[in-house]
Design a protein around this ligand. Structure first.
Ligand code: ADP
Ligand code: MG
Length: 388
């Protein structure tokens, strides 16, 4: 294969690459270190539970992995071993099987499948005691676990600290976009964890520019990416504050330039890349929705596709939704319930709902899709509704 004129080391742009420097997130890694300071000094005495919240691409996974890396490098000695574990709950959605995998990492497994959750947890704690370890475990994309099993695992993880008998053996870092999976009844747990939250904000244009700048040095040949190119990528991606999208966009622009045999990545390549790479709605996002929310999204995207319009009225949407419910054998929700679903979709930044007063005739509510092409949402929700 001919050597690329553009790329020096393309894998540095891959999502799984963990960079040495993480501009604008050093402080957050520092916060994790201080939350865990006492645990790291005295792993038997105490344990910790920390929550990381933030939108897609704000560096949640990266911050947690950086922290685990730091522990693995710094804390290999001491009579109680500190053991790190990372799991993505979107990949493994079964709490007991996650616990089993953690156990396997210290050389054990559950003896039988008939265990109740409490027994599993007891067994887990006793084995970690026996192995003389303190496990620090990351539960990434925790919402996926909640969608699958409800909030029970959160209660269990929280309770594990009280269940530990002779000494503490388990700490956790729980990552999700928000606490939207907790409802009123769970507010109690919220108030008890309030102090232990690290909240990441979406990146702004300047921050994205800094992140890209670092990657360019690692991945591209010197002088191949013009400043204007980087600036344009940052500007486009700053609408979503999503570093993953920024890196993907730059990567694709580089590929386009490379493919054409050009020796520089120019703004024009970015504009082209943008057309090919709409900010992806993360597939799992739709998975979190209930059936009615999926049907609502399907109906909305269908109307927007057909009318080529930017928004639809709530009335039209409700009509389309009722028809779609029939198709999927569901009883359409009444207005109040429906409105709750719409608010939830808006809260997840999938749609916007805008109420405008129109003189005497009262209010009209307009609904539109945010950030994602109607076509893509339509396909995605349809597939989900049909294949579960
Ligand atoms: N501060 C940063 N410095 C360097 N790269 C970053 C930074 N924040 C995010 N990234 C990169 O952007 C992508 C998305 O970050 P990630 O941690 O996966 O976001 P999240 O888990 O919040 O969706 C990853 O490729 C990650 O390496
Ligand atoms: Mg992540």
């Amino acid at each position: 294969m001919e050597k690329s004129k553009i790329f020096k080391d393309e894998p540095k742009l891959f999502p799984e690459y963990i960079p040495k420097r993480i501009p604008h997130r050093e402080v957050e890694v520092g916060k994790l270190k201080s939350f865990f300071h006492v645990v790291l000094q005295n792993p038997g005495e105490t344990s910790q539970q920390v929550f990381i919240l933030g939108p897609v691409g704000s560096g949640k996974t990266l911050v947690s992995k950086k922290f685990l890396q730091y522990i693995d490098e710094q804390y290999q000695t001491g009579n109680i071993r500190i053991k790190t574990y990372y799991t993505n709950c979107r990949v493994n959605k079964v709490f007991s099987s996650i616990l089993n995998n953690i156990l396997a990492s210290i050389g054990h497994s559950f003896p039988n499948r008939g265990f109740s959750v409490d027994e599993i947890v007891q067994y887990f704690l006793s084995k970690s005691l026996e192995e003389n370890v303190h496990i620090i475990s990351v539960f990434d994309e925790f919402d996926a676990l909640v969608t699958h099993e409800g909030v029970e695992p959160l209660y269990i993880i929280t309770r594990m600290r009280e269940m530990a008998k002779d000494r503490q053996t388990f700490s956790s870092i729980i990552i999700s976009k928000s606490f939207s999976y907790l409802d009123k009844a769970d507010q109690g747990i919220l108030s008890s964890i309030q102090k232990n939250i690290i909240k990441l904000e979406a990146y702004n244009e300047i921050q994205l520019n800094d992140i890209l700048f670092d990657r360019i040095i690692l991945a591209f040949n010197e002088g191949t990416v013009e400043n204007e190119t980087t600036e344009l990528v940052s500007k486009i991606a700053s609408r979503y504050g999503d570093a993953r999208y920024a890196i993907e966009l730059l990567h694709l622009a580089g590929r386009i330039a490379d493919f054409r045999g050009e020796d520089k990545v120019r703004p024009e390549h970015v504009r082209e890349a943008k057309l090919q790479l709409p900010p992806q709605i993360r597939k799992e996002e739709i998975g979190y929705l209930d059936e009615h929310e999926k049907i609502l999204l399907l109906s909305l995207s269908k109307l927007l596709k057909e009318n080529l319009g930017e928004k639809v009225t709530l009335k039209d949407l409700q009509q389309e939704y009722s028809m779609a419910c029939e198709e999927y054998d569901k009883t359409p929700l009444k207005y109040t319930q429906l409105w709750l679903r719409i608010k939830n979709l808006a809260q997840r930044d999938l749609i916007s709902a805008e109420v405008t007063s129109k003189g005497r005739r009262g209010k009209t509510t307009f609904i539109s899709l945010l950030n994602v092409p109607a076509d893509q949402i339509y396909k995605e929700t349809k597939e989900r509704l049909e294949n579960g």
